[in-house]
Ligand binder design. Structure first.
Ligand code: ASP
Length: 905
């Protein structure tokens, strides 16, 4: 609309001097922020009056009525009032009362120009709706959510009447892949939505769709920010078409993603020109400073301008202005409507124009169909257009939103429903015994069932248990690469979670994901409990191992010989056999070889002997030997008591190696298609390979369940390879079987699910939390020890391993002390002899060397327990000894001084 046109039009009016006739239109405003829209509309009307392109001879006159929002009565009165004034079209209102206005207009056949979506307008003839249809917007929202791959999100909406816009999103909720929560922004609490946001925050959701009016949009966003829901992790999709018109400065830098839509393209040259034109006009006519920009022009105001445009276009087409003006007014009471009203509506329906909100076309129901929406995103630099939607091409995004993985947190699975598959395996998943017919989840009980229940309470999801009919857990057919059992059910999406004693294995982990293990275990052997052995004839030998007996015998012989030798060397052990003879010809030694043996055995048996060592060295040997025997005898006695009271048990096998090499014909196997069999098949250990080969050669040795394995162990000569936790459960209840050997490996049970499911993280965290709280331990005690006959074998737990023969390791120290004592005594004995030889040599004035050689020669002969007195004059009295031998020696000494003798041998 150029200035030239305006000037021409003005000139035309002045020349004709005609007074333009009035065309009245009524406008209903019911919003708080309608001032801006009001002046924009007034200015737009003014522009038509000025341009005269559409109504050359007439003036458009706007009659405005303001009504309280939601007051239907006031709305009805206002419409009637407007009609009485002769308005031939009504614009607005934008609030809920629009419906009432519509029905009056429909009855009076007055065109009603609507700028908000109204689901009830179908079937009404007088309505022209400029707002994009909600069913189309609903589909656009779904397209955006799918494009951004949002699976879990919360919809925050303000008004129930807007729900049709969100209906398609809500329909996406399937409780499995798409989890959609809805929360209404509380309108009772004066623009305070923080409570809702606190709730949402607790749920852990990070993606939000916000549907609210432009009036509250800023408050809603700022409060979400205050509550802490605007970090890098948060994403928002705003359904309101005015996102770009509010102050987004506070939200630009927080890192949250904002995606929105707009009907007005502020960069479109025509929009810019139109807005500029309105601003100029406003400035000219009212000297007002009010100014709009394409970026602050709200959708409602733009739709009002376009509605006016459509009205003007329709009226121009109809060309009935004069006729129309004959009718001064209409009355609600008399229901005398406008005869040409419906024709006018029909003309308007057929318009095909381009307004500020793009192409304007209507379908038969007067809904706007062919429109285009810009998809926008907020960045630190401001709003950016990232794509667009139109009827022909649908959603076309040049850059997709960020696909951040949702950090799954506690409570984030609320409203989800999982199908949980389990297999009957005691005590993980069991069928409840009940006289009543149980249905649904009530049919099951067990550790796994309770675990899922506990996790569901923590995370808020629902679950339905289903059963793997054949009890197959899942293994891959190496030829076809296909899985069976519970894993197959997961992969084919018939179940979302799998729980039982399902072992986490590398192979399974390639196909599915597991949570952290909720239980740790290893493979072991279930076999018949060891049988009690009859007492052995020589069970008195049992307290010491044969090694200790051997050492004991050697020690006895060694000490006896040592005592014999030392006694021969010790001068004091040579005694006068006949005390009454003062000068004996011979001296006697009590420690002959037999006496030495007797002395040591007497002390071992704690009976003593009449022999009493005299010399220091022999006494040292005797002392250390007494000490040795004290310890050995006490140890023997103590261990013998244990051996006599505890009956020993025996089992033909004690570990996997013995089972693999067994020649007593024990058959063995594991569960078919289980991880235990997989362990043997994949092992590089020779023994396990041998066992795997055995099981391959004897498929009949494999069982289809742990219970079958137990039955075979009880009934046949069969060993069942199974997992330690299950063995523990069985041996708590079946005293005739027990675990043989230790664990062959280390692994855990986990909850399985399809790969990359977003709920894995939440489930894992829940498992860890239950572990930390000691809940898993408590549950294990309950299902293992208390429920279903647990603890029945706790008294039979003795496996005969309580008493074991003492080995050298247990008593080795005593032998060391004995050896040490004996060595010391040899040293003392040498000193004793050397001193005696030196003394003799000095007294008898013979060379020391000769005397020593003579003495050693005598000792070395090792025979005879008598020793001729060689030197009568030898005085041995200088040494200490018994009182008796002391006097004897002094006498002997005195005599020997006068008559020295040699051995003469
Ligand atoms: N728990 C095992 C599995 O998951 C069963 C077994 O082989 O013992 O396959």
């Amino acid at each position: 609309m150029s200035n030239a046109v305006l000037i021409l039009l003005s000139t035309f009016l002045i020349l004709h001097g005609a007074r333009a006739q009035e065309i009245k239109i009524g406008v209903l405003f019911d919003g708080e922020d309608d001032e801006l829209t009001e002046w924009i509309f007034q200015t737009a009307v003014e522009s038509y009056n000025k341009e005269r392109e559409y109504f050359p001879d007439n003036d458009l006159v706007v009659v405005i009525e303001k009504i309280p929002r939601g007051d239907d009565f006031a709305a009805t009165n206002a419409v009637c009032k407007l009609l009485e004034q002769g308005v031939i079209a009504i614009f607005g209102p934008s609030g809920e009362s629009s419906q009432h206005v519509q029905s009056i207009c429909d009855a009076m056949e007055i065109p009603h120009m609507v700028t908000k979506h109204d689901p009830n307008q179908e079937g009404l003839n007088s309505v022209i709706n400029l707002h994009p249809h909600y069913s189309v917007m609903a589909q656009i929202l779904v397209d955006i959510v799918n494009l951004f791959d949002w699976k879990v999100f919360t919809i925050l909406y303000e008004k129930n009447e807007n729900l049709p816009k969100l209906s398609e999103l809500v329909k996406m909720h399937d409780g499995k892949i798409h989890i959609i929560s809805m929360k209404q922004l509380d309108q009772s609490n004066e623009k305070n939505y923080r409570e809702v946001f606190y709730d949402v925050k607790k749920s852990g959701d990070t993606r939000f769709i916000i549907d609210c009016s432009t009036e509250i949009l800023y408050d809603v966003l700022i409060q979400a920010q205050q509550v802490g829901l605007m970090s890098d992790d948060h994403s928002y999709l705003i359904t309101n078409l005015d996102l770009h018109t509010i102050d987004l400065e506070p939200f630009k830098y927080g890192g949250s993603n904002f995606t929105g839509m707009r009907l007005i393209d502020p960069e479109d040259p025509e929009t810019i020109e139109s807005v500029e034109y309105l601003n100029n006009l406003n400035r000219e006519s009212s000297d007002s400073d009010d100014k709009i920009t394409p970026y602050t022009l709200r959708t409602e105001a733009a739709l009002m301008i376009d509605a006016l445009y459509v009205f003007a276009s329709g009226l121009k087409e109809l060309d009935i202005v004069d006729e129309m003006l004959d009718e001064e007014s209409f009355s609600c009471e008399e229901e005398n409507g406008w005869k040409r009203g419906l024709s006018m509506v029909n003309y308007m329906r057929t318009v095909d124009v381009r307004g500020i909100t793009g192409n304007i076309r209507f379908d038969r129901q007067s809904f706007r169909t062919d429109f285009q929406l810009d998809i926008i995103e907020l960045t630190a630099e401001g709003i950016h257009k990232i794509g667009l939607w139109n009827v022909t091409e649908g959603l076309n995004i040049s850059r997709t939103g960020t696909l951040k993985q949702i950090p799954a947190l506690e409570g984030s699975l609320s409203n989800m429903s999982f199908t949980v598959i389990t297999a009957i395996s005691r005590p993980y998943g069991m069928l409840k015994d009940s006289s009543l017919t149980l249905v649904g989840n009530d049919r099951f009980e067990g550790f796994g069932i309770e675990l899922i229940d506990e996790i569901s309470k923590m995370l808020g999801f629902n679950y339905t248990f289903v059963l793997e009919p054949n009890g197959v857990y899942g293994s891959m057919d190496k030829k076809t690469g296909k899985w069976n059992g519970m894993i197959k059910e997961l992969l084919e999406e018939r179940a979302d979670l799998a729980i039982t004693d399902l072992t986490i294995t590398a192979e399974r982990q390639k196909a599915v994901d597991f949570t952290n293990p909720f239980m740790n275990l290893g493979i072991s052997i279930l076999y018949k409990a060891p049988t009690k052995q009859p007492p052995k004839l020589f069970s008195f030998m049992s307290p010491f191992s044969s090694e200790v007996w051997l050492f004991l015998g050697s020690a006895y012989m060694g000490v006896s010989i040592l005592l014999f030798v030392v006694a021969r060397m010790a001068p004091k052990e040579w005694q006068n056999p006949y005390p009454c003879i003062e000068e004996p010809e011979k001296l006697e030694n009590q420690f002959s070889m037999p006496n030495s043996l007797w002395f040591t055995v007497g002390s071992v048996l704690q009976q003593g002997s009449e022999l009493a060592p005299i010399a220091m060295s022999t006494r040292m040997i005797a002392g250390i030997w007494y000490f040795f025997t004290l310890i050995m005898v006490s140890s023997y006695t103590a261990n013998l008591a244990a051996f006599l009271t505890v009956e020993s048990l025996s089992s033909p096998i004690s570990d996997a190696e013995e089972l693999a090499n067994n020649d007593v014909g024990i058959m063995y196997g594991s569960k078919k298609g289980g991880s235990t069999l997989g362990f043997f098949n994949d092992s590089s250990n020779e023994v396990y390979q041998k066992m795997a080969q055995y099981m391959t050669d004897h498929p009949e040795a494999l069982t289809s369940s742990n219970d079958e394995g137990l039955m075979r162990v009880q009934m046949h000569n069969y060993a069942f390879l199974m997992e330690s936790t299950s063995i523990e459960y069985i041996t708590e209840r079946n005293c005739d079987v027990s675990q043989v050997g230790g664990l062959l490996d280390n692994k855990g049970y986990g909850i399985a699910m399809r790969k990359n499911m977003y709920y894995n993280d939440a489930l894992t965290k829940a498992v860890i939390k239950l572990q930390e709280q000691g809940m898993l331990h408590k549950m294990k005690d309950k299902w293992w020890k208390e429920k279903c006959g647990g603890g029945a074998c706790s008294g039979d737990a003795d496996t005969g391993g309580g008493s074991v023969a003492l080995t050298l390791a247990n008593v080795g120290g005593v032998f060391v002390v004995l050896v040490g004592g004996c060595t010391a005594s040899i040293f003392v004995n040498g000193l004793e002899m050397l001193f005696d030889v030196w003394n003799t040599a000095r007294t008898n004035k013979i060379p020391f060397r000769k005397e020593l050689v003579d003495e050693l020669k005598f000792v070395a002969k090792c025979s005879g327990d008598t020793k001729p007195v060689r030197h009568r004059n030898v005085n041995r009295s200088s040494e200490s000894g018994s009182g008796e031998s002391e006097s004897l020696k002094s006498k002997e000494s005195k005599r020997s001084k006068s008559s020295p003798k040699s051995y003469g041998k």
